[in-house]
Design a binder for this molecule. Structure first.
Ligand code: AVI
Length: 320
């Protein structure tokens, strides 16, 4: 097999290369799930959200439609909504419309393009609402400094989509504790979690019959090929997703279908037949388990709303 022409020095995204080589150098090969989301990955994820098998998005939307008035009542008047990882800011709109005289909206996202486009759309759709977008990593205190431009008021962190599930339990605890550190007593957290359920339902959601999740998972290899001058043969990897009941999480892997090697910016990486690259965890919570996590991080669980089939929950918690 010919060595790729582009050497390590010519790669633009050094951090991506470092993370990939470090992850693929481990005994259990792994890649950070944040790399699933380039432009193609984000588009594939949007398609996943529309799949019948991926019930999470619909269950959450049903909960919001049904209990919006109650949520707005719990939050109360003149609140400032902060949305870490806001993306296209779509989900928050019906909440902002329902709230009594919201003080403003503060979306935080790493992508300036997506955020600016969303800010423009929202300004047109919700005239009169003060929006101040912050470009940055939402786990960095720097991204939250713009909150000081708003008058003192109740703040509510809005974190939908079961995004918290993609963090390990320890990182989820650290992230919630960080959110809490950015808030004051009486401020709130409105957060979505996927609930523990039957493994068959969970596995269908992450190994859908239309193979969109498989394409989403394999896209990480396409990205490594394109950006890190690698020669992954996609036909030699299969998508696998399974529920791990003890860890209460769905794991996503790419399985090597035969023993072979791959070059990444001049470094050779070996794969045994059946060896996997672990690409994502999606943790599932019971309501009691999530309340326990909230309690550990300085939040008091106030209430939660669930769909009829109890597949998903939206929790409201307050800072002690
Ligand atoms: C973004 N996140 C909440 C999704 C999830 O369900 O864990 C990502 C995803 N991965 C495969 N399908 C969806």
């Amino acid at each position: 097999m010919a060595l790729p022409s582009q050497s390590e020095e010519q790669i633009q995204d050094r951090e991506f290369l470092r993370d990939v080589l470090e992850g693929l150098g481990r005994r259990q090969k792994a890649l950070p799930c944040k790399y699933l989301y380039d432009e193609t990955g984000s588009r594939l994820f949007e398609r996943i959200c529309e799949l019948d098998d991926y019930y999470l998005t619909r269950a959450e939307a049903d909960i919001f439609s049904k209990y919006l008035t109650d949520m707005a009542r719990r939050i109360g008047p003149a609140a400032l909504i902060v949305e870490p990882g806001a993306g296209n800011c779509k989900k928050v709109q019906q909440l902002l419309r329902q709230l009594d005289s919201p003080t403003g909206y503060y979306p935080i996202d790493i992508s300036p393009e997506i955020l600016m486009a969303a800010q423009g759309r929202m300004a047109a759709q919700l005239p009169g609402l003060t929006i101040r977008a912050a470009v940055g990593d939402f786990s960095d205190p720097e991204a939250w400094t713009g909150l000081m431009d708003f008058p003192a008021c109740k703040k509510v962190v809005f974190f939908p989509g079961s995004t918290i599930g993609n963090f390990s339990p320890q990182h989820a605890e650290d992230l919630l504790a960080f959110f809490k550190s950015m808030l004051q007593p009486g401020d709130g957290l409105l957060i979505g979690t996927d609930l523990v359920k039957d493994a068959v339902v969970l596995e269908r959601a992450y190994a859908d019959s239309e193979h969109v999740t498989a394409a989403f998972n394999k896209n990480i290899l396409v990205r490594i090929n394109n950006e890190l001058n690698a020669d992954f043969d996609l036909a030699l990897f299969a998508h696998r997703a399974f529920y791990h009941p003890l860890r209460q999480r769905v794991e996503m892997h790419l399985v090597s279908l035969k023993t072979h090697s791959v070059h990444i910016a001049g470094t050779r990486v070996y794969f045994e037949e059946g060896e996997t690259i672990h690409t994502e965890n999606s943790h599932k919570y019971s309501v009691a388990g999530f309340n326990c996590l909230l309690g550990k991080t300085g939040f008091t669980p106030v209430c939660h709303w669930s769909d009829i089939q109890r597949r998903y929950a939206v929790h409201y918690a307050q800072v002690n």
